[in-house]
Design a binder for this molecule. Structure first.
Ligand code: PLP
Length: 366
């Protein structure tokens, strides 16, 4: 079996190899501060006894699992702390496929590229359902694609790359479809703290034993390097996932989990609100400049990405490399996200230089 190396590695590598100033809008690494309590937790950790430097419980520090369970309104036994949302998605998809209820994994187009990658790695079959121009998913299209062969439906809201936020009604329907076909809805909610629309609905709001919710602190606490996420499983599905997590990882990172727990306990809501406000400002600055450059673009309702389309300039890897060389702006090729956005480029708003980036693009295209 051939595994595909995620394309963004190649873009990052190219951007760092060129001999010019490049504004990095490739990956979803926040450039803003984590909460102070995160730093405090980490400093405190350095002075703990040697016992704290040994394996944590495989499924995560109990206090952290309890904190997550209380916040999400689930039983602590349903929570497995993972190495980011990445591992949470892997465990969820593996769990869906090993139930032997079918091999199809329904994904959206455009798609976060790791989902089709994981589907193939786990021996599943990809089935794509197109979203509309705004990235909204019509549950009727998902129902039309579903069958007895469906093992999982994997969705992500707020969405990378489209910025769409699914309504409560959509989420309810998606859970209902999973129930109808004895499949699992896997709802990746890693950008839940970056809902700019106020319309976000978690799949946890629908009571069902046919949905798994995945999440992480990577984005909400601006710590993609810490690798702390979680998955919430229906009670009868959690055991195998816990074992798989243990067999693959032994355990997660104990200092990271400790610092996250401290941050969750001590951080006020205004930390999250400030970051949303920063993103709103960046969306406005970037899209205003794109408007002046005559580009077509998306206005995200959540997450931190804007897609842009420049006339006669498809979103290929070659064009992305050329923009790095000629404009000093690095984005992601639309072709990385499936067949439907090959004309588009995706830019992550994780730099204070978003306006300058759009101006550089304007200079290149006008
Ligand atoms: C939709 C989505 N899911 C999962 C991840 C990975 O999250 P983590 O770094 O917590 O593994 C990302 C990262 O950008 C993402 O955009």
């Amino acid at each position: 079996m051939e595994y595909e190396t995620p394309l963004f590695f190649r873009v990052m590598k190219y951007a760092s190899s060129v001999d010019r100033d490049v504004i990095d809008m490739v990956s979803g690494n926040p450039d803003w501060e984590p909460p102070q309590a995160l730093r405090d937790g980490l400093s405190e950790y350095a002075d703990l006894e040697p016992a704290a430097f040994q394996y944590p419980p495989s499924d995560g520090l109990l206090e952290l699992r309890k904190e997550i369970a209380a916040r999400r309104g689930v039983d602590v036994e349903q929570v497995v702390v993972t190495n980011g949302a990445g591992e949470a998605n892997y465990l969820a998809m593996a769990r869906a496929l090993e139930r032997d209820r079918g091999e199809d994994v329904i994904l959206t187009d455009p798609v976060y590229p790791y989902y089709p990658g994981k589907t193939t790695m786990l021996g599943g079959t990809q089935r794509f359902v197109a979203t509309d121009d705004e990235g909204q998913l019509d549950p009727a299209d998902v129902r039309a694609a579903a069958s007895e062969e469906t093992a999982a439906i994997v969705v992500n809201s707020p969405n990378n790359p489209t910025g769409a936020v699914y309504s409560a009604e959509t989420v309810r329907e998606l859970v209902a479809i999973a129930e109808e076909y004895d499949a699992l809805l896997i709802s990746d909610e890693v950008y839940d703290n970056f809902d700019l629309s106020g319309e976000f609905a978690s799949a946890l709001s629908v009571d069902s034993n046919h949905r798994i919710v995945t999440n992480a602190f990577s984005k909400s606490l601006a710590i993609t390097g810490f690798r702390v996420g979680y998955a919430i499983f229906p009670p009868e599905l959690v055991e195998n996932a816990r074992s798989r997590h243990m067999l693959v990882n032994v355990a997660g990172s104990r200092p990271s989990q400790y610092a996250v727990l401290n941050a969750l306990r001590e951080t006020e809501p205004d930390y999250y609100e400030r970051n949303r406000e920063l993103l709103r400002e960046r969306v406005d600055a970037f899209t205003d400049a794109l408007e002046e450059a005559g580009a077509e673009y998306t206005t995200p309702k959540g997450a931190f990405y804007v897609m842009a389309r420049f006339e006669g300039y498809p979103g290929t890897l070659e064009n992305v490399f050329e923009l790095i060389d000629e404009a000093g702006v690095a984005g992601m090729p639309g072709e990385a996200f499936g067949d439907s956005r090959t004309e588009w480029l995706r830019f992550a708003l994780v730099t204070p230089r978003v306006e300058e980036a759009a101006e550089r693009l304007a200079t290149r295209f006008v």
